[in-house]
Design a protein around this ligand. Structure first.
Ligand code: 5GP
Length: 204
């Protein structure tokens, strides 16, 4: 178990659910919340920026980081590898900054094992048909990648019982408000506010 001061938010969703739209808006709007930038061996998609969306590396560089124990967790999905950098996140959390991890279910469960008080959020598509429509209409992936992602969606959805919050992304605004509420509520949890409350108490 890894001790930490900031909140860890883990968000998972089948590819195409709208997770990136929601998380980037959340991080932009909420002070004290930062996005964990993963490392991947996947090719950058058009418009993706190195060091903003991902750190794009080759297999050798990924292997080296694995060997050095540089990942908090890592997985292989859709024929590519993805990993959450360890030191940077732990440094932020130690400073009391909240960190948001956008990772798939297998990695999410590994993080939960190490950080049992991580706040686990699962974003659901309104329906299987709508997910397929969104995946195709975004036009970012090959047909093969779309098939892989749809097959993996079912596998990911089966993990919903391990999450604390389930949010359906049907109406974007509503989903966003729910997501923001989860973050705000987590910040007022007793375990996070205990020191403040004790300091206040000592003033009386
Ligand atoms: P994409 O290729 O669409 O950017 O991401 C594919 C999947 O990998 C998404 O479900 C995303 O959340 C997940 N992912 C991205 N980075 C990481 C990571 O560092 N660890 C894990 N376990 N999953 C990740």
């Amino acid at each position: 178990m890894i001790p930490h001061t900031g909140n860890v938010f883990v968000i998972s969703a089948p590819s195409g659910t709208g997770k990136s739209t929601l998380t980037s808006r959340l991080v932009k709007n909420m002070e004290g919340l930062i996005f964990s930038i993963s490392t991947t061996t996947r090719q950058a998609r058009e418009g993706e920026v190195e060091g903003k969306d991902y750190f794009f590396v080759d297999h050798d560089a990924f292997d080296r980081t694995v060997a050095e124990g540089g990942f908090l967790e890592w997985v292989e999905v859709y024929g590519n590898r993805y990993g959450t950098g360890r030191d940077w996140i732990l440094g932020m959390l130690a400073k009391g900054v909240d960190v948001l991890l956008d990772i798939e279910t297998q990695g999410a469960l590994n993080v939960q094992e190490r950080m049992p008080d991580a706040i686990m959020i699962f974003l659901l598509p309104p329906s299987a048909k709508e997910l397929e429509r969104r995946l195709r209409s975004r036009g970012k992936d090959s047909e093969e990648q779309i098939e892989l992602r749809l097959n993996y969606a079912r596998h990911e959805l089966e993990h919903f019982p391990q999450y604390d919050h389930l949010i359906v992304n049907d109406d974007l605004e509503e989903a966003y408000r729910q997501l923001e509420s989860v973050v705000l509520a987590a910040r007022s949890r007793r375990c996070r506010m205990e020191a403040t409350a004790r300091r206040l108490l000592s003033e009386f």
